[in-house]
Ligand binder design. Structure first.
Ligand code: PEP
Ligand code: MG
Length: 889
């Protein structure tokens, strides 16, 4: 029964390895306590209690409160203080802690247990009235905000007014009397907001309400939003740790800080962090004061620093991973408040993983597992072109690497709205809070004027791989007025900025960026990943440059060359239009003769760039309207000419305009003739080649001539010709026969032979169902999961973006199926197509070339489904390689 169930564990009795039960914070504190490290005594209320609370109509499960009071007694014994005792009061910190770290997403209340009497008790004991009332006002504000739901700014405003009355205007200038008045006003604020609910003076009532509020915070909007983005289950709940307070704000022998056992941006093996003297923990994390680098603590508090350095080393060795440690020094005595696995940039993840293998701390497989494929995104980010002319607006901390350009916005709502309309935005804030999460997700980069490397903005941005500059304190931000001033410049909302997260610079305008350079550690780790993965990784590339980039990123071949992409650009587009609009085979062949040499050159470039690897060339697959002027443009043009005719002065002008008019009208008739209501399901894919075999002929001829030429010059060419959008086996049979016929002709004419394959895209449900018949004519399959998703869902890939986010927000879909493969539906078709294809043709080579080929969850699925390779855009190749290794482990 609930009553007998164990809901509460003192740190010393808690099962430190059970993070699921205790939450990350509770587990870390239990482990540190067990290791004999200096941890203030306390206890953890389990995540199970939180889940039970949620499902019992927001009531504590039976027995929980009794157990908590019991555990509180042991804290009283350990500290020699009594909760609520005016003579010798115990104060508590109450904090949330889920099994999965959600930085800053949930709530903390410090100095709990204060009321007028206990505050006086603290003042007597410490002989420091100012300290006591300062702690009290912090408590009332935190409690008011978190438990009673009063906006933090209201407390802030009262405090600002009180400070304005002092001579110096700073926190520390407030006298005990002034602070006493602040506390009274804070309480009235809470009372007023809550319409008659007085501020609870009873410490037990404070504790009960705060625990409930932490449980409730699991379900607030920002926590839900965070979990959605990071795909964390809503059902795991949070633990609550209740712990004796220690004070970092008891004078200049006291302080508080956060440290990483290695640099979380670069991975360098040095103790890295920040601290503040005479401050409470929240001051560092909330970014309200800009902290000092940890290295300076060696001079300020040498003994505590030496002790901390030694403990940090032990913690890293114990966990075998980089730790993020929170500590407080109370009048010279060091206390540890938290340790957890450090979040780190992609670069740091790679470097620490590789270094720790060299140090003998972990093995290669662990190293591979330690780096999430998504984290590589951060490494593959561009940097500001070092040769570019730049105008510096401001400088801050290099909080998250990468460079990005966008238009300035000052609020998260604006960021979200403008990003939704396709504008790249840079979010500029005084500091961010978890309420800004939706704006941060929508931004290309984030800039804050306050806060350090461990501020909310920095931690969240690094986690998402978004460039961030934090603590750029020369920025004067007037969010209301929509202006930003620094270094003699004024920037308005909507102006362009460039953010260099690697150096901490904020630059005016759109500065060119450069592609990333990948270091030795990266290649080492990727080499290990290649050793364990089974899936091959190719790239989708249409130009020799893209092919080269892909090859540099480790692609072994091209899985998709979209030949229609080769016809963007003016001269080529003209020839392409001529071909599309041709009146009969004669005219079409004439146009195709112009295209042939261009295509041959394109293919030769690809073959050379992919020397030794296969190159999959897909026959033309465009909805033709993409290459034609729109009906609207044409009718507009005709109206313009008509108007010009009315004002024509000379006969020559008139003749010319009449000619133009004839041309435009002719074009209009042709475009009308070709117009399709639904071109995505119209005359595209292999249907084109079936109706106009001369197109397939030309493309095959270009491929084989290029292959023959390249082979003659010593290139190892492996062409694979791919027929798109097949739904009936006969379509493929027809096109494959034509390709083979052209191959024989070219080889005979050139007196050489090149090995090649003919295969097909599988991107329609009917193709999956009849894959057995199709395989009779296909030497390989490549799943086109973009079209397959479109046709399986009956969801237009060009239009669905507008409403799919609503689907995801409402939980109708877990993710956008055009980004993350829908395993349940589309995935079933992929499995079926693969099985039926291989039944008919054992050993059939099967790949995928839709966008999903570079998405880690989808890659894991393709591995599982037994595919041979994935093909993705060049920049996602390393991500796919690592994801494939993860899938194989
Ligand atoms: C696909 O449909 O998945 C595919 C790769 O082809 P395209 O995106 O060019 O339609
Ligand atoms: Mg397709």
């Amino acid at each position: 029964t609930d009553r007998d169930h164990r809901w509460v564990y003192p740190f010393a009795e808690a099962p430190a390895s059970n993070k699921t039960l205790l939450g990350g914070k509770g587990a870390g504190l239990a482990a540190m306590t067990a290791a004999g490290l200096p941890v203030p005594p306390g206890f953890t209320i389990t995540t199970e209690a939180c889940v039970a609370y949620q499902s019992h109509g927001h009531h504590f499960p039976e027995g929980m409160w009794t157990q908590a009071r019991e555990a509180l007694k042991s804290v009283e014994e350990a500290t020699g203080r009594t909760f609520g005792d005016p003579e010798n009061p115990l104060l508590l910190s109450v904090r949330s802690g889920a099994a999965v770290s959600m930085p800053g997403m949930m709530d903390t209340v410090l100095n709990l247990g204060l009321n007028d009497e206990t505050a006086r008790g603290i003042a007597r004991q410490t002989g420091d009235e100012r300290f006591a009332w300062d702690a009290y006002r912090r408590f009332v504000a935190m409690f008011g905000e978190i438990v009673m739901g009063v906006e933090a700014e209201r407390f802030e405003r009262v405090l600002e007014r009180a400070k304005a009355k002092t001579s110096g205007g700073r926190d520390t200038d407030l006298t005990p009397e002034a602070l006493q008045e602040v506390v009274a006003q804070f309480k009235r604020l809470v009372f007023g907001e809550q319409r008659g609910v007085p501020f609870p003076d009873d410490p037990e009532e404070q504790l009960r309400m705060t625990i409930a509020a932490v449980f409730d915070s699991w379900d607030n909007d920002r926590a839900r939003a965070y979990r959605r983005v990071h795909r964390i289950s809503d059902r795991i709940g949070t633990g609550v740790t209740v712990q004796a307070m220690v004070f970092g704000n008891m004078g200049w022998e006291s302080g508080t800080g956060v440290a990483f056992t290695r640099d979380p941006s670069t991975g360098e093996k040095t103790l890295y962090g920040e601290y503040l003297l005479n401050a409470q923990g929240e001051d560092v994390v909330a970014g309200t004061r800009t902290p000092k680098p940890l290295a300076q603590m060696e001079a300020d508090l040498p003994d505590a620093f030496a002790q901390f350095r030694e403990i940090a080393g032990r913690l890293e060795a114990y966990y075998g991973d980089v730790q993020d440690v929170e500590f407080t020094i109370e009048q010279g005595t060091l206390w540890l408040l938290q340790t957890r696995t450090a979040k780190r940039s992609g670069a740091a993840a790679v470097k620490t993983a590789v270094d720790m293998v060299a140090e003998g701390v972990i093995d290669r497989e662990t190293a591979i597992r330690r780096v999430s494929p998504e984290a590589l995104d951060g490494l593959l980010h561009p940097t500001v072109d070092p040769d570019a002319e730049v105008t510096l607006l401001a400088e801050g901390l290099p909080a998250s690497p990468g460079a990005a350009t966008g238009r300035v916005v000052f609020t998260s709502d604006d960021a979200e709205a403008q990003a939704a309309s396709g504008e790249p935005v840079i979010l500029v804030r005084q500091e961010t809070s978890p309420d800004d999460f939706h704006g941060m997700v929508a931004s290309q980069a984030i800039v804050t004027a306050r806060g350090g490397m461990t501020s909310h903005a920095a931690v969240v941005a690094r986690g998402m791989g978004v460039p961030c500059v934090a603590g750029a304190d020369t920025l004067e931000i007037d969010a209301g007025g929509g202006t930003l001033r620094a270094n003699g410049h004024t920037v308005l909302a909507g102006d362009w900025l460039t953010v260099d997260g690697a150096t901490g610079r904020v630059l005016l305008g759109q500065v060119p960026t450069r592609e990333p350079q990948l270091g030795e550690d990266f290649h080492t780790l990727m080499g290990w990943a290649d050793d364990v993965r089974r899936l091959g990784v190719r790239a989708n590339a249409d130009t020799p440059e893209d092919a080269q980039t892909a090859r540099d990123f480790g692609a072994r071949g091209i899985g998709l060359c979209r030949t229609e992409h080769m016809f963007f650009g003016d001269a080529r587009l003209a020839a392409m239009r001529e071909m599309i609009l041709a009146d009969g085979p004669g005219e079409r062949e004439a146009a195709l003769r112009k295209l042939l040499p261009l295509q041959r050159e394109d293919f030769a470039g690809l073959f050379r760039a992919m020397d030794g690897f296969p190159v999959t060339v897909r026959l033309l697959d465009p909805p033709l309207h993409e290459f034609l002027p729109s009906l609207l443009d044409l009718t507009g043009r005709i109206a313009e000419i008509k108007l010009a005719l009315r004002h024509a002065d000379t006969l020559e002008d008139m003749d010319r305009l009449l000619d133009d008019s004839d041309t435009a009208r002719g074009l209009l008739r042709q475009v009308e003739r070709l117009h399709e209501t639904n071109p995505m399901l119209g005359l595209r894919g292999c249907r084109l080649g079936l109706l106009y075999p001369e197109i397939t002929r030309m493309q095959a001829q270009a491929v084989f001539e290029a292959a023959a030429d390249c082979k003659a010059s010593g290139v190892d060419v492996q062409p694979e010709i791919m027929v798109p959008l097949v739904s009936v086996a006969t379509e493929l049979k027809d096109q494959a026969a034509l390709v083979r016929e052209v191959a024989s002709e070219v080889f005979a004419e050139r007196g050489t032979e090149v090995d090649y394959l003919v295969g097909t895209m599988i991107e329609l449900p009917r193709a999956c169902l009849t894959a057995g018949q199709i395989a009779d004519h296909a030497e390989f399959f490549s799943f086109g999961t973009n079209d397959l998703t479109q046709t399986t869902f009956g969801l237009s890939r060009d239009d669905a973006g507008r409403f799919l986010s609503t689907y995801v927000d409402r939980g109708i879909l877990r993710a956008d199926p055009f980004q993350v493969l829908d395993q349940e539906g589309v995935g079933q078709l992929v499995r079926m197509g693969t099985e039926r294809g291989r039944e008919a043709r054992p050993g059939l080579k099967v790949g995928v070339c839709g966008e999903h080929g570079g998405e880690p969850q989808s890659v894991a699925f393709f591995h599982d489904a037994g595919l041979d390779y994935v093909s993705c855009s060049p920049f996602r190749v390393p991500i796919a390689r690592l994801a494939a290794a993860h899938a194989a482990l």
